[in-house]
Design a binder for this molecule. Sequence first.
Ligand code: LLP
Length: 437
Amino acid sequence: MGTGLLKKGQARRGPLDGATPDSAFPRRDGVLRCGDESLDALAKEYGTPLYVYNGDRILERFHAVRDGFAPLDLLIAYSVKANPNLAVLRLLGEAGAGADIVSGGELYRIRRAGIDPGRVVFAGVGKTRDEMRYALEQGIMAFHVESAQELAALGEVARGAGFIAPVAVRVNPDVHSPTHEFTRTGHASAKFGVSPDEAVDLYAVIVEHPGLRAVGVDVHIGSQIREPRPFLAALDVVLEVADRARRDCGVDLRYVDLGGGFGIADGEAGALDIGTLAEGVAARLEGRSLALILEPGRFLVGDAGALLTRVLYVKRSGGKTFVITDAGMTELIRPSHYGGVHAISLVHDGDRGTVERVDIVGPVCEQGDFLARDRRLPVPPRGALICVRQAGAYGFTMASNYNSRPRPAEVLVHGGRATLARRREEYADLIRGEHDD
Ligand code: LLP
């Protein structure tokens, strides 16, 4: 397995700027690029901070998952929350992806992007009745139900509106996922899913209910997980639930959904070995007539995206060196919220100063506003352009207007062309919806 979480005291590996050979933003002639576009030219045209996505890399990752799990009967339900931009959804939809959604808003987006609702699964512990009705009307593939009360509500809504709701029960397998505590969802005390015993009870309810039909079984154990083992442990648990549901309730399920959470490299630690995972999954599904659904988000779009930000000032104080950039926690909250690591590169090689331990911080009035801390980097001059890598997932989508900062633009580079996927917000966007009289 070419992966592994960084152990305490283990040295950081990889080049200083975290660029990997298969990087979506390689360096040519001293300048970082996305396809044929120099990141410098994109920053000049669209301004900074700026999100740039490499569409070719997104498709490469999609095909890597598809091919890695062949010849299993597989649906890749892209996890929309990772990056819900319409341009990204269209790209993946046209490549054959379905979607994993968690809200009516995400359903609205995938409809606008032309993704077939018949390839869409709907998870989340707090679906409202309005969202259930909307999803039933749109004809989604399944609701991934997370509690007995939710199941009862879904049954009522479906009957009331004259539908039969397709259901998979989300099982909490009680496995430990080696990742940040906020992105760990498969342990018993997490708010997600129900225990295996309760899942079997819920299948018994579904069988008796005229407004419900059991179609699958679901699990999702967390995000940015780099070892196959916990996924396979979770799969063993849900397959046993499927067996019990058949034996005890006479339910024949069509699919097992293993969720998402496949870890990517970040310049510090490696990626999940998707081949090893696929082997383990295939061995477990052999002889069963179950289709497989996977819900990758970050794995498809994470390293295909970068945040470009300009150095405003360099400040030395209190024994520290601060590189102050025009992006911060409002544009990318992962470093401050999850201790997320993002490789940092200078767009121009020529901007490399002496290597020091630096904090890269944003302009937001919070001490917790940083993009990287205590990182050995070549100190850039004022005005230098910085590329924050692995920002394609949970980047823009978690951006906020805190400190009344307009959100950045997003650009998609695909097939040799750069297109504006979302315009930069203006000051007027900040007060849209507020009463101004
Ligand atoms: N399926 C379900 C049910 C999920 O809740 C999630 C993510 C996924 C799939 C996709 O996980 P992925 O393949 O992208 O790891 N904001 C955090 C990550 C939160 C993940 C939430 N659920 C971060 O920036 O690390």
